[in-house]
Design a protein around this ligand. Structure first.
Ligand code: GRF
Length: 176
């Protein structure tokens, strides 16, 4: 069984979806957050999964030091850019979920970008992480409509339903 670490800064709804997914092809054994109060840590605690907070300088090196025996790193709302030495040590073994149809709307709050742009559709993307911001090779995408009365929040909620569906599927593909 492959060993998966999840990195997140926020509520951790994607982490929860991965936990509940069947036949993921691996087991989530570790959660790391850069935010001490993050909901993702609470969810890990409740699920009995080892979890840790890593903050401050040299973040990527200190995270890497905790990844002994890990096969795959999944970013789930991790609001930091992954840099060396973590990036090189886990080349092609770090995935991210992003709330837009990349290459459209990279960076922060992609759902706000989509609404402000007047887009008629958006979605989400699971991709490999490289040195750029949301630029790595795409593994899987899902589309959702942007409705005329959407707020950024209502669009994000619709996107998240699809995130929770395609992230487990993408991991399954990568690990199989
Ligand atoms: C998701 O929309 C994800 O695409 C983005 O950050 C959000 C994290 O949400 N990278 P959650 O913490 O998994 O609920």
């Amino acid at each position: 069984m492959k060993r998966i670490a999840v990195l997140g800064s926020g509520t951790g709804s994607n982490f929860q979806a991965l936990l509940e997914a069947e036949n993921l092809g691996g087991e989530i054994v570790l959660v790391i957050s850069d935010q001490s109060g993050a909901g993702i840590l609470e969810k890990a605690e409740r699920a009995g999964i080892a979890h840790d907070v890593v903050t401050g300088g040299g973040l990527c090196e200190r995270i890497l030091n905790r990844l002994d025996g890990i096969d795959l790193v999944c970013l789930a709302g991790f609001m930091r850019i992954v840099k060396e030495p973590l990036l090189g040590a886990f080349a092609d073994r770090i995935l991210n979920i992003h709330p837009s149809l990349l290459p459209k709307y990279p960076g922060k709050e992609a759902w706000v970008q989509a609404v402000e742009d007047g887009a008629s559709e958006s979605g989400c993307t699971v991709h490999y992480v490289d040195a750029g911001v949301d630029t790595g090779e795409v593994i899987l995408q899902a589309r959702v409509p942007v409705l005329p009365d959407d707020t950024p929040e209502s669009l994000h909620a619709r996107i998240q339903v699809e995130e929770h569906r395609i992230y487990p599927e993408a991991i399954r593909r990568v690990l199989s």
